[in-house]
Design a protein around this ligand. Structure first.
Ligand code: HEM
Length: 407
């Protein structure tokens, strides 16, 4: 297909599905047939469609048109001023984009402010676990998700990982903020911008030779199944680990933490009939979507190295072995090996002994004298890491890309 007809097809919106379907001749992933029941979704029902063949038609079409008209730099300039949930959209946006954004910024009818409030408090009290797990668990796990690693590597942001990490971490920070979805918060803005960035990437990456050669037959990146895979590497994984670590979580907190991520999935453009309604439904979906796709890719290994180098910059490399060991402890050796984490037997042994005791102390189960000295070194390193990772307080602007990674 020549470039012009390909673009026309992309711009045809619904055609994204058709194009993606062309990829079905080559299995894009090893996962089994989709049989997750929509009765377990927040919608409660739905046509039994496979999210592997669903993208985000409306967003993809509008962003395709904005790119085609060469309006991305102007739109990014205008959107820099749009930061708070309650702020009107800036004047001067292209009309089709403005209409899309007005719709996309509406919270779903099922969003429950009381639950969102409980989630915000939970994120604050359990911040050390949640922060460490997002950064050293989910963040590094993303490099073992082949489609994500490759999309990130070959997209514009792949060339400047430091910048990308702080931008991605903005979502982790905003979602856990006390005001996240409140008028004063920033999470609606962050989610809508992210949805638009993903839509831009769907229009751009198919033109990247590096991506096209490694996409395993997928013709359009970031399907709804892909977004759900990443989603499970975030809340589903984090909740599972916190339970394993015996962190005290009340049923209301557990439900609220799920809720804040359900709302986030909706705001990122995931269909309600794909969003799990309960942790059981989430675990079942995660088994079907996330577990089978984890794997080693050269791009993922390179990204892990870059990520750990960035961590090493915090203290001249001193805590790099500790961070590697903590990630291995969190993700397990299988994923640790996949992404090329170094083996740190001394630190790994220290963490395996000290971390459960530190958690037990923080959760009020054991008294202070039972916590070994090493636990505080680990906690201190994690705190430093979380602070840098979340770039707290720094203004960070998410920008729509209009090119792929150069070269
Ligand atoms: C950009 C979050 C799923 C690929 C972003 C950004 C955020 C984000 C906050 C903006 C950061 C930046 O501009 O650098 C999320 C969340 C996801 C998700 C919360 C799921 C719950 C995915 C998936 C893929 C993906 C499944 C690919 C398979 C990308 C790419 C960019 C991006 C390529 C753009 C980087 C660029 O500008 O070059 N995502 N993402 N994301 N995301 Fe995602």
């Amino acid at each position: 297909m020549d470039e012009l007809s390909r673009r026309k097809m992309l711009l045809a919106g619904g055609a994204l599905g058709a194009l993606g379907a062309l990829g079905s001749a080559t299995p894009a992933s090893a996962r089994s047939a989709w049989n997750w029941a929509a009765s377990g979704s927040v919608a409660g029902a739905g046509a039994p469609s496979d999210p592997q063949w669903v993208w985000d038609d409306e967003a993809d079409q509008v962003l395709g048109a904005v790119i085609e008209r060469g309006e991305v730099p102007r739109v990014n300039e205008l959107l820099r001023t749009w930061t708070r949930n309650d702020q009107p959209l800036p004047a001067g946006l292209p009309e089709d984009l403005r209409q899309f954004m007005e719709k996309a910024r509406q919270l779903p009818s099922w969003a429950d402010q009381a639950k969102l409030g409980t989630a915000a408090k939970f994120n604050r009290t359990k911040g050390i676990y949640v922060g460490a797990l997002y950064g050293l668990g989910s963040g590094l796990m993303s490099t073992a998700i082949p489609r994500e690693a490759r999309a990130v590597y070959y997209s514009k942001g792949g060339a400047d990982m430091k910048d990308r990490i702080s931008k991605t971490a903005k979502l982790g920070y905003d979602v856990g903020d006390l005001d996240a979805f409140q008028p004063r918060g920033e999470m609606i803005v962050t989610a809508v911008k992210t949805r638009m960035i993903h839509a831009a990437v769907r229009n751009l990456l198919p033109k990247s030779p590096g991506w096209a050669e490694t996409s395993g037959g997928q013709k359009i990146p970031i399907s709804q199944a892909d977004v759900l895979v990443t989603w499970h590497s975030l809340p589903t994984f984090v909740m599972r680990k916190m339970r394993e670590w015996k962190v005290r979580i009340s049923p209301a907190e557990s439900e609220a933490y799920l809720h804040v991520w359900q709302v986030t999935a909706h705001m990122l453009g995931v269909r309600d009939d794909f969003i799990p309604a309960t942790w059981d439904a989430a675990d079942a979906q995660s088994k079907q979507l996330l577990d089978p796709v984890l794997g080693r890719t050269p791009e993922g290994v390179k990204l892990t190295e870059v990520l750990l180098d960035i961590v090493a910059e915090i203290d001249g490399g001193l805590s790099r072995p500790l961070v590697s060991a903590f990630s291995r402890y969190t993700l397990g050796d299988r994923i640790g090996d996949m992404i090329g984490l170094s083996d740190e037997p001394l630190w790994e042994a220290a963490i395996a002994t000290a971390w459960p005791l530190l958690v037990a102390f923080r959760e009020g189960v054991i008294p202070l004298p039972l916590v070994p000295e090493a636990a505080w070194t680990i906690e201190e390193a994690l705190r430093k890491f979380i602070l840098v990772f979340l770039s707290e307080g720094k203004p960070i602007h998410l920008e729509i890309p209009d090119t792929n990674r150069p070269g």
